[in-house]
Every structure is written in C-alpha cells, then in structure tokens.
Design a protein around this ligand. Structure first.
Ligand code: ADP
Length: 335
C-alpha cells in the first residue's frame, strides 16, 4: 500500500466514483481529496478519474436518473479541483474496453474467489443470494478491468476498496501467468502492471453521523455540497456517544476539517457542552463547504463545458484502452 508518490517519475493514477447519489464528506476525505493532491504531485504522469456508471447500473436502473447522476459526478470532480488540463475525466460506458476486459477476467476467475468479496458478503447478510445480481457478484472483475486497462500504478481509495485493489492485483498476476506475451517484452513479461492502493491512514474510514462508516446506503452522511440548512440538520443529528465528556462522533467529524491540537483545546474548554461543540462544528463545516458548493453552482451553469470535458476525456481514455486491448487480444489469441 502506498501513501507517497514518486513525482520524479511518470506514474499513472486511476480512480472511480459511482454515480449513485450526492457525494458525502466520507467520499471526499477518504478518496476524492487525494485525487486532487495526486494530480498536483504527478506532474509527469497520467491521471484518470472515471465516472463508473456501469457499476452504478447495479443500483440505478432508470435512464433519466442515470444521465443526471453521471453528469453530476463530472460536475463534482471539477468543483473539487480536478483540472481537465491535468487529468482525464471520463465515463466508463464511453470506453467499451472496460466491459470487454471484464468478460475476459470472468473467464479466469472462480466463483469461490469472488465469494470472498466483502461487498458480496454484506449483500448476502442483507438480502440473501436470490437478491444478488450477477452484475453485483462480478463487480470486482469490472473494477479490475477499469484499473488494469491504463497500466495504473496507484489507486487512491478509501479502506472499503482495499480488497478490490488486491483482487485487481491477483487478476493481473493470474492473467500474466496464463497468457504470457509472445515476445516477453511488455512490462517485464506480462500484459498487466500490478497496481497499488493509496489509502490515507487517518481518513481510511470516515464515520457517519451515527458513528458507523459514512455511507449513502446507511443514511448517515453529510453531503459534500450541502446547503447551510442541511449542514445544521446533519450535525444536530450526530449521535453523541461520549467518552470523558467529549462527544466522540462530533470530535471525529470535526477533526477532518480542523487540526487536532486546536480541537483538543476547544473540546477541553467546552467539556460536556454538546450543543456548543455542535454549533462550532456547524460553523466550521459551513465555512469549509461553502466555497466548494459555490464553485459547483458556477460549473453547473455551463453544461456545454462539462460535456466538452467528458467528450475529450472519452477520446483520450479510448486511445489508451484500445491499445491495451490490442495486447490483450494478441495474448489470448483472438486478434
Ligand atoms: P459509496 O461507498 O458512498 O457508495 P463510492 O463507492 O462511489 O461511494 O466510493 C467512492 C470512494 O469513496 C471510494 O474510494 C470509497 O472507498 C470512498 N469512501 C466511501 N465511503 C467512505 C468512508 N466512509 N470513508 C472513507 N472513504 C470512503
């Protein structure tokens, strides 16, 4: 697992976000903020940020909603500071090599292996096997294809995705072993490069307002572009589990946006005064979110620009992915 990058050498960064709803501060601190940091550090390399709509299709099965949510993620990417001059922003469905490669990976992967996935196990406890689609079951292979198509070195993600990066590495190794390249020259003898997860230790799992992992599916989020009223409402509903008169969940969320040293002083001075501490968090969150929300509002007014970014991203990603698929086709003997 990496958490430094070598800015001297060109690296390839890849990550994706599912268009399944508004992003929350867990997505931002756990992963999306690192997209921007890495984009700035990786001056000589390539950065790909993908709107993974075919992953979202497991959940969003309505054309109008899918179109809207996908465009929303593109706007979110731009609003947090992903710069289309430095990074490729594109939709997964615009590059059909992703699903083509996922099929090839399906053929070299066993069912028991995929049954080890945490996401599958979660879905099993929630609804049982009869409610799990084949798409959800195979999701790690599509994700492996997303990452491996671009010879990715580093994948910035939250802790919940660590296992999927390991699956991508295993799949790359397995493919390279089964299908060695004819000349043995590409990437030290194999078609695929092994990627590494980039996970920031202190924000690997951002807690939600109930103390569990913040997640759209638990209804415990604070939206990244929330209005002032929404911020107030979310913070006032934070569950105040306390330890020595410090409300733990309030403190944990607060520490995302304020240095711990400053916070400790504030929480010491206001021991037991939960309402006061929540009010301070509300003000700090409002100040943190407001500029990003306003920037998002401006970008959302210029959809021609957003669509142009996606169009250019599609061309750039396609060029790279189609070359990689040529190597894959040669390696498996269908070219
Ligand atoms: P969600 O998990 O909310 O459905 P995605 O799967 O699109 O959203 O996740 C986008 C990124 O945000 C992933 O890299 C994921 O690991 C990260 N992420 C999601 N929730 C959290 C959290 N609570 N803490 C840290 N990172 C998170």
């Amino acid at each position: 697992m990496k958490n430094v990058i070598d800015s001297e050498h060109s690296q390839t960064i890849f990550s994706g976000v599912k268009p399944t709803g508004r992003p929350h501060i867990g997505n931002y601190f756990g992963a999306m903020r690192q997209f921007v940091k890495l984009q700035e550090e990786n001056k000589n390399g390539e950065n790909y940020f993908c709107i993974v709509d075919y992953h979202a299709l497991n959940l969003i099965q309505n054309a109008e909603e899918m179109r809207h949510l996908s465009l929303d993620v593109a706007i979110d990417f731009l609003a947090i500071g992903i710069d289309p001059k430095k990074s490729v922003i594109f939709k997964q469905s615009d590059v059909s090599e992703h699903t083509e490669l996922a099929w090839i990976f399906d053929t070299i992967t066993t069912v028991p292996y995929l049954k080890r996935a945490h996401a599958y196990k979660d879905a099993m406890t929630k609804g049982g096997e009869e409610n799990i689609s084949v798409g959800l079951f195979n999701y790690p292979m599509l994700m492996a294809a997303d990452i491996l198509l671009y010879d990715t070195d580093i994948v910035p993600v939250g802790q919940d995705q660590k296992q999927h990066i390991e699956f991508a590495r295993d799949t790359a190794e397995k493919f390279n072993r089964i299908f060695p390249t004819q000349d043995g020259s590409t990437l030290g003898g194999g078609v695929f490069k092994l990627p590494e997860a980039y996970i920031m230790k202190d924000v690997e799992t951002v807690p939600g307002i109930d103390g569990q992992k913040m997640s759209k599916s638990y209804n415990n989020t604070i939206s990244l572009f929330a209005s002032d009223e929404e911020i107030e409402k979310s913070v006032l509903s934070i569950v105040t589990d306390s330890d020595g008169e410090v409300p733990q969940n309030v403190f944990a969320i607060h520490s995302l946006i304020k240095p711990e040293k400053e916070l400790k002083k504030i929480y010491e001075e206001n021991k037991g005064k939960y309402k006061v501490l929540k009010d301070i968090l509300i003000e700090d969150l409002k100040n943190f979110i407001r500029p990003m929300r306003e920037r998002r509002g401006e970008i959302a007014k210029d959809l021609d620009f957003v669509n142009k970014v996606l169009e250019e991203g599609k061309e750039k990603a396609r060029a790279v992915a189609s070359q990689k698929m040529e190597q894959v086709r040669r390696a498996i003997g269908v070219s």
